[in-house]
Design a protein around this ligand. Sequence first.
Ligand SMILES: [Zn+2]
Length: 114
Amino acid sequence: MTWNKGLSPEERERRSKAWKQYAERLSDKKIPEGGDFYDTGRWSYLRNRTLIKYGQKCQKCGFGGDSFNPLQVDHIKPRSTHPELQWEISNLQVLCKSCNKEKSNKNESDWRRW
Ligand SMILES: [Zn+2]
């Protein structure tokens, strides 16, 4: 009987490993839970709508954005504390990078409530 001719045990082993690696690569493509929110199509759609709604300029300083200080769409109430508002356009604002940075610095030091 020559039913398995051409497929040595080594070759079968190699093919099964290659298949496993292939399957692992495929499963890597699954979107990790919340890991890449900003890569989702839904976010880029919402981001564009926000820029159209509020205009292509920083709502704090009026800057139009450039490659050194690009415009960013910011969550007014952060996703970490208000995940239910992450898709709400009313919770979004357009800020330039430097105003956005200023805002988060301020928020970090703004613990005076207690
Ligand atoms: Zn600004």
